[in-house]
Design a protein around this ligand. Structure first.
Ligand SMILES: [Zn+2]
Length: 309
C-alpha cells in the first residue's frame, strides 16, 4: 500500500510490505495509509463509496522505538474493506507472473457484486473467492486480445443445475458455454491466487453454497466430476462452471505443467469468433494449434470433466 509519514517517507511499500530504510527518531509517528498497491508492474487501486471520502485513507499513530528494524503489524478491520480487497488483489497479481502492466480498479462496498464499465464492484470484503474472481475478469479482459467473454445467463436448467435461475449464474448452474467459460476463467484466477500449484494438484475454494469448500481439482459428493454430463439437461453448446474450472486447473497442474501465459495464448488462438455455443469446439481446435503440454493436458481433462460432446 502507499504510505505517508510526514517528513520521513511517502511511497509504496515493497512486495514484503516494507519501506526503504528510514532514519527515524524514537516516539510517536503519524502514518497515513492509502489503498493503492503496485506489484509486478501492475497497479491495484481500491476506492470506496463509503463516507467520508471516495479514497479513504487510514490515519493512525505508531510508537516506534529508536534504533534497529521496526515491524508494524497492520490488521485491516471490517470497516476498512478497501485495504482487505487491495491485499487480496496483490496476492493474486503476484501469483500470476503474466505480461500485463496495467491498472486494476476496485470499488469496495458497492450495493451489489458486479463487474461493469471497467470497474469491479465488491459488496463484501470477506469473500476471498469472489475478490479473486472479479480480479480474474479484469485480468482476462486485459490479457487476451479476442472477445471470448459473454454474460448471457438466460438458461434456467432443472435442479441441481439451476443455481442463479434466469439471469443469474453460479459455479453449479448450466449456462451457455461462452458465459460459463467467461465465469470459469475468472474463478480459475481465484484458484491460482489461493492455491499452490505443486500440492499434487490439490485445489480448494470458499463458496457460500458449499460450507466445506469447492474442490477445484477433483470431484466431491455434491459436485462430482463431469457435473454437467452427469447431472444436468442435454448440454450441447452449454457448460457448467465447475467442470471448466477443474479443466483449467488440470491444464495448469498436470504432467508437464503449462506456462501461465499459454492459457492466454490458447484463448487467443481460437480459429473462429466466439459465439454463445461454440466455446468447446473453438478451444479444442485452438489446443491443436497450440500443441505441447497444453494440448496434451487438455485432451485428458476435456474427457475427465465431460466437456467433450
Ligand atoms: Zn463473474
Amino acid at each position: 500500500m502507499m504510505v505517508h509519514m510526514p517528513g520521513y517517507y511517502f511511497g509504496i511499500l515493497d512486495a514484503n510490505g516494507c519501506t526503504s530504510p528510514l532514519d527515524l527518531p524514537g516516539g510517536d509517528i503519524s502514518i497515513t495509509a492509502f489503498p493503492f498497491y503496485v506489484t509486478n508492474s501492475r497497479v491495484a487501486f481500491v476506492e470506496t463509496w463509503q463516507e467520508p471520502s471516495p479514497n479513504w485513507p487510514l490515519i493512525f499513530t505508531a510508537n516506534i522505538p529508536a534504533g534497529g528494524t521496526y515491524e508494524l503489524l497492520f490488521w485491516p478491520i471490517s470497516r476498512q474493506p478497501e485495504f482487505n480487497i487491495g491485499l487480496f488483489a496483490i496476492t493474486g497479481l503476484q501469483r500470476w507472473p503474466g505480461p500485463n502492466s496495467g491498472e486494476y480498479h476496485f470499488l469496495a462496498r458497492a450495493p451489489e457484486d458486479k463487474n461493469a464499465g471497467g470497474s469491479i464492484h465488491i459488496k463484501s470484503h470477506l469473500d476471498k473467492t469472489l475478490v479473486g474472481h472479479e480480479l480474474g475478469h479484469a485480468f482476462f479482459s486485459r490479457n487476451t486480445s479476442v472477445s471470448f467473454a459473454a454474460s448471457d445467463y438466460s438458461i434456467a436448467d432443472a435442479w441441481p443445475c439451476n443455481a442463479g435461475g434466469v439471469g443469474g449464474h453460479d459455479i453449479d448452474s448450466t449456462e451457455y458455454a461462452q458465459s460459463t467459460f467467461t465465469e470459469a476463467v475468472a474463478t480459475y484466477y481465484a484458484a491460482v491466487s489461493w492455491n499452490y500449484r505443486d500440492q499434487d494438484g490439490d485445489c480448494w475454494l470458499y463458496h457460500p453454497g458449499y460450507p466445506t469448500g469447492v474442490n477445484c481439482d477433483g470431484g466431491q459428493t455434491a459436485l462430482p466430476l463431469a457435473f454437467m454430463k452427469n447431472k444436468c439437461s442435454p448440454w450441447t453448446g452449454r457448460g457448467v462452471e465447475i467442470d471448466w474450472l477443474r479443466a483449467l486447473w488440470n491444464i495448469r497442474t498436470s504432467g508437464a505443467k503449462t506456462s501461465d501465459n499459454s492459457l492466454l495464448n490458447w484463448i487467443d488462438a481460437a480459429p473462429n469468433a466466439y459465439t454463445l455455443t461454440n466455446t468447446y469446439s473453438n478451444l479444442d481446435a485452438a489446443a491443436n494449434t497450440m500443441g505441447g503440454a497444453l494440448n496434451t493436458n487438455w485432451d485428458t481433462t476435456k474427457v475427465t470433466n465431460g466437456l467433450n460432446p
